[in-house]
Design a binder for this molecule. Structure first.
Ligand SMILES: [Zn+2]
Length: 284
């Protein structure tokens, strides 16, 4: 008798397991941060006598706030470091900067232009993720920034859609590796276990949180979108349909105000949808 024909096995549905709790390792907040050498370097005091740095869990949306430092004045970079911590030694190695010799074990020195580079890289990858989601090629300037570390310069104009997607994933993976992350399970107080992602060094906790939040947002169902007003990528509170002509993040000059301004400039060409970002200011 002939053997009954085997039905092809249905792949396991992992959706249930993928509704996971994930959190990032604590940020190490310096005791004091100052600008020195004509505002070109940031000097952070990590320890002082018996005073230890504060530890705080990274707030959601940190990656998108970090992007805004790409062209920020030194004082804004200093304030960010004082609130969320330093970049750490891996950032300098990634961009081929010589790590400045610390004056003492208690301090940490970083050039402001290193912060600009790290923020520009995050901004470029966020915008490329948003462009590729929209089936658009992405700006040549973003490709140039994101691929600056490649051995041979990449001219994005000659790449096919499939090549752009491949290259983007490679560059995103590379940036996510910067803090040499590890993950482990942690039992949260009054809660269940959660996956904790943290950098190899305590000083790289900011960069670990920024790169992995970018990856989680880019890989999520909603994905990233580019704000029509400020041209930064942001994580929308609701799904934004592909091809929606105007969308606004919740930065002060964008959001509803940006939508009104643009509607006024363009005239009555149809409804404008304001789709706010991380802070959810437009949720109500
Ligand atoms: Zn905006």
């Amino acid at each position: 008798m002939a053997q009954p024909k085997r039905q092809p096995r249905k792949p396991a549905d992992l959706t249930d397991y993928l509704q996971q709790r994930v959190h990032f390792g604590d940020l190490i907040i310096p005791i004091a941060v100052s600008l020195e050498a004509d505002d070109s370097v940031i000097v952070s005091t990590l320890y002082s006598g018996s005073q230890w740095p504060k530890r705080e869990s990274p707030p959601p949306g940190l990656a998108f706030r970090f992007c805004r430092l790409s062209e920020a004045p030194p004082v804004q970079v200093r304030n960010f470091a004082a609130t969320y911590g330093v970049l750490g030694p891996s950032a300098a190695a990634f961009f081929g900067h010589r790590t400045p010799r610390p004056r003492s074990a208690k301090t940490w020195t970083e050039p402001v232009r290193l912060w600009h580079k790290a923020a520009s890289m995050t901004r470029a990858l966020g915008r490329l993720a948003a462009a590729l989601r929209e089936r658009e090629p992405g700006a040549a300037s973003d490709w140039a920034i994101a691929s600056a570390r490649e051995a041979t310069p990449i001219d994005s104009r000659h790449l096919s859609v499939a090549e752009r997607r491949e290259l983007f994933l490679h560059l995103l993976d590379q940036w996510c590796e910067v803090a040499r992350p590890t993950e482990r399970s942690e039992w949260l107080k009054g809660d269940g276990p959660s996956t904790r992602v943290e950098g190899a060094a305590a000083q790289s906790s900011l960069l670990c949180a920024v790169t992995h939040e970018l990856r989680l947002a880019a890989n999520s169902e909603k994905g990233l979108v580019i704000c029509t007003s400020c041209h930064y990528a942001y994580y929308p509170p609701r799904m934004v349909p592909i091809g929606q002509p105007r969308k606004f993040c919740d930065e002060e000059d964008c959001g509803l105000r940006g939508a009104w301004r643009m509607a006024k400039q363009l005239g009555p060409t149809g409804p404008t949808t304001a789709t706010g970002g991380q802070k959810g200011a437009l949720d109500g």
